[in-house]
Write a protein that binds this ligand. Sequence first.
Ligand SMILES: Cc1cc2nc3c(=O)[nH]c(=O)nc-3n(C[C@H](O)[C@H](O)[C@H](O)COP(=O)(O)O)c2cc1C
Length: 383
Amino acid sequence: MRDDKPPANHDDLDLDSIRSLDEFEQLSKSRLSAMAYEYLTAGVADETTLRENRNALERLRLLPRGLVDVSRISTAVTLFGRQHESPLLLAPCAYQKLFHPEGELEALLGATRAGVTFIAPCFATVTLEDTAAATSQPLWFQLYVNPDRAFTRELIQRAETAGYEALVVTVDVPVNGPRDRELRAGFSLPPGLARANLLSLGAALASAPHRPGGRDIYSVVRAPDVTAKDIEWIKSVTRMPVIVKGLLHPDAAEQALRHGADAIYVSNHGGRSMDTVPAAIEVLPHIVRRVAGAKPVLFDGGVRRGSDVFKALALGADAVAVGRPFLHGLAVAGAAGVARVVEILWAELAMTMGLAGTTSVDAIDESFLWESTSGTSRHQPRA
Ligand SMILES: Cc1cc2nc3c(=O)[nH]c(=O)nc-3n(C[C@H](O)[C@H](O)[C@H](O)COP(=O)(O)O)c2cc1C
């Protein structure tokens, strides 16, 4: 085990020579402790869904339109009334000090430099107030509903007071899943690291084991009884738009919207919550159909190329997040690594748009996807 090895900055590394997100993953392995690397990369159980997230994206084929003037391409989108220069977001990922000594603050610096929105995780190793104080860019906060609802309310209000612009409520881990690889690597929060936002509940809870052993399937820091009524309740205690993350069932998405959700974030937690659920990209169009344009649909899971972002947009996503890739960037080169990861993805998205023959995100639709069975695009664009 290399668990005593501190994450390091590598100023001598020529980041411009790194061409793809996969290269960041290869580089991060040698820069992280075995435990941190396993925590970062692992999925749940047999990792079927983890693999499927990638495989399903790779299976999708693009069909360029051609004969289109692409001399001006805009990747801009509008979300909750604010214009973003790209549809890219950094997904909420816990415990970022495992990957860099400055943790979330360093990742946020990278996001700010790159011009994308950072979703601060509930289980951050830096408080949400310190995170908000470190940027003037818009920030979103991810919430795990705590078993203590009074504390949950306090947390929501703290986020609102600190200026967060949206609340991402993650609902796909009501109980722990069997993360064998992570457990085998002996994952635990190293001394000195805690869930900084939970410190007012006491140091013991803030640094309580990530997953209890034996037959205990519950987490002491995540409520197992979150229902649509909680979405309604959360809506009643905040002015922030509420985005529900981790719904895969179209009925549940519809239910969340009925109870006031402002957006649905399609995600299988990067293959980390329940194994053998479908790839997130396969679920996406089903949710999009049910939401039917009423509210934005966000997406993550397996995105490693700009063409993957394009495919998610084609299937109806309004914004697309990455998790592991920016953590690899963080591990390899801190803020500069995060910014380079975003830069690569963003440039690839613009290239895919140009090559496909479209100049705005709004115009990316299923007509750019090849339907191999019928030998046409999924929807024939009108001539
Ligand atoms: C190390 C790690 C920690 C994560 N922690 C959280 C978390 O605290 N809350 C949450 O909603 N999702 C969490 N996720 C899931 C991500 O938000 C996102 O859904 C997932 O990483 C997307 O898949 P990708 O890694 O293939 O991009 C985590 C993912 C990783 C890799």
